[in-house]
Ligand binder design. Structure first.
Ligand code: DGT
Ligand code: CA
Ligand code: CA
Ligand code: ZN
Length: 575
């Protein structure tokens, strides 16, 4: 599966073109990149059917480039851009405040080609000396370089997902493999993963390892043994495979799902009973001599299934998303684990963009895609007027969009209920749309994409002064790229509750904002919505990522407003 590899390539091309101050094209490349990376289908399959141009945002010219890359493993156009400016543009621009133009200047003045160069230049005081920059730019680089570097080591959950799904399907289908599970942080649905840990059983371990290590997507084999191998696949993701015996599979599942802290706490529950828990099983070691060592000593109590391990410890089975040692073991002992929200509980999606602003699909295409996904309702919410660079809409365009929505509402082929709203910008002057315009909206999504010096007050004031219904991506973070807002979240949650405003759990892979820890902390006071903020029809499929973060925050279906029917959602906002 080369989706991520190709998306990364298209993003880089966009940055290079932006450096050259080419107009329009960078946006076209980013649009295509976004579309490719949110595809759940393998781009190679799309290519083989000759349907590349059916991918949203992929026109003839980009389709040709994708085809060339898939056929030859190289893209001449990209190689030329890169030869012209040999900078690791993706990494360097990941530093908050460093855009393509800054990267260009740093390259020309100081020869900066990657993060290492950038850090060194900042530490040696060279950046402050460059004309147009100064101490502030330099300090900014030093402040944010660590975050950018973390992007080298970890992959966004949403980007790892298609790769993981394909891998799991492929191994499942292979004769050599019996059971296959992806465990580790992926199974716990952490927002980022260091690698993919695969657990499997196989009669023919040699054959299984051969299949695993020689697949065409494998770029590098780091180690290969009879029970454990590690490879790097397309998209630069490390995959570890472990083969285990069927009777030890459950214990291995627990162990390799983690988290490490959860494992340690669980092991302590076992130790309290004079038992021993490890990746091979749960053993009674009360009769075992102290001198006797080994992994499988004592009498085996459990280990074939996960349930058997938890059950023997008098614990309810704990959903992987909760295994972070934040009270789940105590809750499992008291039989008080929450009945977590599921993807199927979600009935509507309350943030998405169309071609009216920076989305790639029409309103009709989004509605039809929502129908295909069995959603009952959607809120169309393009960016407001202050978001010029993302094609923010004015009120005339909003009214044109309303006409289009009215036609779709009258169309019997479209089943989903289409609500018409906007993603309005919260600024130090309030909202970027008038009260009269707000009145025209079924719901108003408010978001802040800037960083004022007093964000807490600005947001609270906007909540009080304007009819905002949903506060989108509250901390405005971008994982590996932009720090979360320095926000007095408790105060914001309180004002939101007073004003009847729901807080969004944004499902975009790089956002996942609110973060699951905050979701858990404010679950009693806040009302949450989980929204995809889709910019393509395939973007609607990110819903499961947001639901996973809600689950990590211990949410039940009752904690998620868009798990309710549309009339209840509307009466919440009217109330
Ligand atoms: P990652 O890969 O950084 O996103 O996070 P994980 O949680 O997938 O960690 P990883 O891949 O190093 O190991 C997979 C699981 O194996 C981990 O969640 C728990 C278990 N594990 C690894 N090392 C240890 C350890 O030293 N002690 C215990 N108790 N468990 C460990
Ligand atoms: Ca892992
Ligand atoms: Ca690992
Ligand atoms: Zn937004």
């Amino acid at each position: 599966m080369k989706n991520k590899e190709i998306a990364d390539l298209l993003y880089e091309i966009a940055d290079f073109l932006e450096i050259q101050k080419v107009e329009y094209k960078p946006r076209a490349y980013r649009r295509a990149a976004r579309s490719v990376e949110s595809l759940s289908e393998d781009i190679e399959d799309v290519y083989e059917r000759g349907e590349l141009q059916d991918v949203e945002g992929v026109g003839e010219s980009i389709a040709e480039k994708i085809a060339e890359y898939l056929e030859t493993g190289e893209l001449e156009y990209y190689e030329e851009l890169k030869a012209d400016r040999p900078v690791d543009i993706e990494a360097v621009t990941r530093v908050e405040g460093v855009g393509p133009q800054t990267a260009k200047t740093l390259h020309e003045e100081l020869g900066v080609t990657d993060l290492e160069d950038l850090e060194q230049a900042a530490r040696e005081g060279e950046i402050a000396e460059v004309e147009g920059f100064g101490e502030k730019t330099q300090q900014n680089v030093l402040d944010h370089i660590e975050m950018a570097k973390s992007g080298e080591e970890r992959v966004l959950l949403g980007r790892a997902f298609p790769i993981a799904r394909e891998l799991e399907d492929r191994l499942d289908a292979a004769d050599e493999f019996d059971r296959v599970d992806i465990v580790g942080s992926f199974r716990r649905r952490r927002p980022t993963v260091g690698d993919l840990d695969v657990l499997a059983t196989a009669d023919d371990s040699e054959g299984a390892m051969e299949t695993f290590c020689t697949h065409e997507d494998v770029k590098d084999v780091l180690s290969r043994g009879s029970t454990k191998s590690s490879v790097i696949v397309s998209g630069d993701l490390q995959i570890d495979l472990r083969l285990v015996a069927p009777e030890e599979y459950g214990a291995a599942l627990v162990y390799f799902t983690g988290s490490k802290d959860h494992n340690i706490a669980l092991r302590n529950v076992a130790i309290d009973r004079d038992w021993k828990l490890n990746e091979y099983g749960l053993f009674d070691v009360s009769e075992v001599e102290k001198s006797e060592s080994g992994k499988r000593v004592g009498e085996r109590i459990a280990g074939g299934t996960e349930e058997s391990v938890y059950d023997a410890l008098d614990l309810a089975w704990i959903p992987p998303e909760l295994r972070e040692e934040t009270g789940e073991i105590e809750a499992a002992a008291d039989d008080e684990l929450p009945d977590l929200v599921e993807l199927d509980d979600v009935r509507g999606d309350l943030q998405m963009h169309t071609r009216y602003s920076d989305g790639s699909a029409t309103v009709r295409e989004m509605a039809e895609a929502a129908d295909e996904r069995d959603l009952d309702y959607v809120l169309v919410s393009d960016h407001g007027p202050s978001f010029q660079f993302a094609g923010g809409i004015d009120q005339d365009e909003f009214e044109d969009q309303r006409d289009e929505i009215e036609r779709l509402r009258a169309d019997d082929d479209v089943e989903v209920e289409i609500l018409h709203g906007i993603e309005a910008e919260i600024t130090t002057d309030g909202l970027d749309i008038s009260e009269e315009w707000c009145d025209r909206c079924d719901m108003v999504v408010g978001a802040m994409h800037s960083t004022p010096s007093n964000p807490t007050e600005v947001i609270q004031q906007a909540f009080v002064d304007h009819p905002i219904d949903i506060f989108a991506h509250p901390l405005n973070r971008l994982i590996h790229e932009r720090e979360p807002l320095d926000l007095g979240l408790e105060a914001v949650v309180e004002t939101a509750a007073e004003e009847g405003i729901a807080l969004e759990i944004n499902a975009q892979p790089e956002r996942l904002d609110l973060d699951w820890q905050h979701v858990k902390e404010y679950r009693d006071d806040a009302t949450y919505v989980v929204s995809t903020d889709a910019h393509t029809t395939a973007g609607l499929d990110f819903m499961h990522l947001g639901v996973a973060q809600a689950r990590r925050g211990w949410c039940t279906a009752d904690d998620v407003l868009n798990a309710k029917p549309v009339d209840e959602v509307q009466s919440f906002f009217e109330g």
